[in-house]
Design a protein around this ligand. Structure first.
Ligand code: DSN
Length: 420
């Protein structure tokens, strides 16, 4: 397939779409992606997403499909399942979830009955919408009870978690987060769950790649029943999800994904996932995972050096949350807009027990998976910390912001985007 020829065709046949595509490529090249859930996928993943596997319907599982013509789809899905089990030391893997939300929904619906109690992290303390936010369908179907973080270090309040578990007798205890800069004590979670007879689930969507690269702990090593992860964040794969579980849950999980929740799996995505899992098992990926953590430490240090207040004071993983109200006297939305102006892409974020609403929260979330995938190191993160603090201290000074934007461009020009 001549990809350049196809691009020329697109420019001719659909100039509006072609223009949006090239503008997005330019934005990604020129700017710096600091949203902790985003990344640049392995370049090898892109052609598989546009491969012949996108043409195929494959309802069912390898060897048990509802349509003919499956010898090659069976091969790639089996490879993906085997590689996922090996990489994450799991007994069983389902590689069909289309993305993170259906992935978590499939676990709840497969292992529980509507109305059952689930103990999960409060959204403003770092949890996720699919961990039972009232606006989510799962929040309406199940009885979610919350635990929170505590103290200046912002650790999960494990004592209150245990008391709540004993009082509420949940069927499932969920840990995992989209905005929690601390490592999780999975062993303690498992002890608490065993005490009350609950199942355990770790949603490691943000840190799946860091666990694969052995830079962070693996909840499955601590006896967790289920671990879920998206494939497009720190793992650097296509958009998608994985459910990893004990053999005793395999039948329920598989039936919940299909036919319970989804129809035909996206086989182009599963092919790309299979390749991602092979690339993430290579020694290079361990270096990448460690560099993500080292870069997060360097960014945190640089921000602290510039008198920026970080929620929890620092980070033990890939993400950081700035208290923008306290540090700069502005809400997270304004901070995000100011940083957009200098081509640093971040996202506004609620902080624990935030008095402000989600569209104008008190914080800003940053992460290092994407800059690290571009090859940036700790000295570059020190620059990024200075640029952030400088922009947010002079948000109205257009000349100053233009100078900072030029510095961002000079930095990103040295680090090409993988695959673009
Ligand atoms: N959207 C992801 C995040 O930004 O954390 C979670 O779904």
């Amino acid at each position: 397939m001549d990809l350049n020829r196809l691009r020329d065709d697109l420019a001719e046949k659909d100039p509006d779409l072609f223009s949006a595509l090239t503008l997005e490529e330019d934005r990604q090249r020129k700017g710096l992606e600091l949203i902790p859930s985003e990344n640049y996928c392995f370049p090898e993943v892109l052609p598989l997403l546009g491969s012949a596997f996108t043409n195929k319907y494959s309802e069912g599982y390898p060897g048990r499909r509802y349509y003919g013509g499956q010898p090659n789809t069976d091969t790639i899905e089996t490879l993906a399942r085997e590689r996922a089990c090996e990489l994450f030391r799991a007994e069983h893997a389902n590689v069909q979830p289309l993305s993170g939300s259906p992935m978590n929904q499939a676990v709840y619906l497969g292992l529980l009955e509507p109305g059952d109690t689930i103990l999960a992290m409060d959204l403003s303390h770092g949890g996720h919408l699919t961990h039972g936010a009232p606006v989510s369908h799962m929040g309406r179907l199940f009885n979610f009870v919350r635990y929170k973080t505590i103290g200046a270090q912002g650790d999960i309040d494990y004592d209150v978690l245990e008391e709540t578990a004993i009082k509420e007798r949940p069927k499932l205890i969920v840990c995992g987060h989209s905005s929690y800069p601390r490592e999780v004590n999975y062993a303690r979670f498992q002890v608490i769950a065993d005490k009350v007879g609950a199942l355990t689930m770790a949603d490691v969507s943000h840190v799946g790649g860091l666990i694969a690269g052995d830079a962070l702990q693996n909840p499955l090593d601590h006896g967790f029943d289920v671990m879920t992860t998206t494939t497009h964040k720190s793992l650097r794969g296509p958009r998608g999800g994985l459910i990893l579980c004990k053999t005793k849950h395999a039948k329920a999980i598989d039936a919940s994904v299909f036919p319970g929740l989804q129809g035909g799996p996206h086989m182009n995505q599963i092919a790309a996932t299979a390749l991602t899992l092979k690339l993430a098992a290579a020694p290079d990926f361990r270096n990448y995972a460690r560099a993500v953590l080292a870069n997060a430490q360097a960014l945190a240090q640089s921000l602290r050096d510039h008198q920026v207040r970080l929620v929890t004071g620092g980070t033990e993983n890939h993400l950081l949350v700035i208290d923008t109200v306290e540090s700069f006297g502005m809400d997270g939305r304004r901070a995000q807009e100011v940083l957009d102006r200098i081509e640093l892409t971040t996202n506004k974020q609620v902080i624990p027990d935030d008095p402000n609403p989600p569209m104008r929260p008190s914080g800003l979330r940053l992460g290092t998976p994407a800059p690290t995938a571009r090859g940036m190191g700790e000295a570059d993160m020190a620059i990024v910390g200075r640029l952030i603090a400088s922009a947010l201290r002079s948000p109205e000074d257009e000349t100053h912001l233009a100078g900072l934007e030029a510095e961002v461009s000079a930095l990103t020009a040295r680090f090409p985007v993988p695959g673009l």
